[in-house]
Design a protein around this ligand. Sequence first.
Ligand SMILES: [Zn+2]
Length: 58
Amino acid sequence: MERNFNRGRRNFDSGPREMHEVTCAECGKQTEVPFKPDGTRPVYCRDCYQKRKPPRRY
Ligand SMILES: [Zn+2]
């Protein structure tokens, strides 16, 4: 089954997120991210991402 209805749109509020398989730029582990890697920025797995980007405090 193909889903083309959300092509080119960013609907973060509704519908399932499309997962993209990537290789972490930090540890080299295979992982999935809920956004499409644009190739210009390194992609990290969940662990490395959180290590690099500490949660904000509001
Ligand atoms: Zn990693």
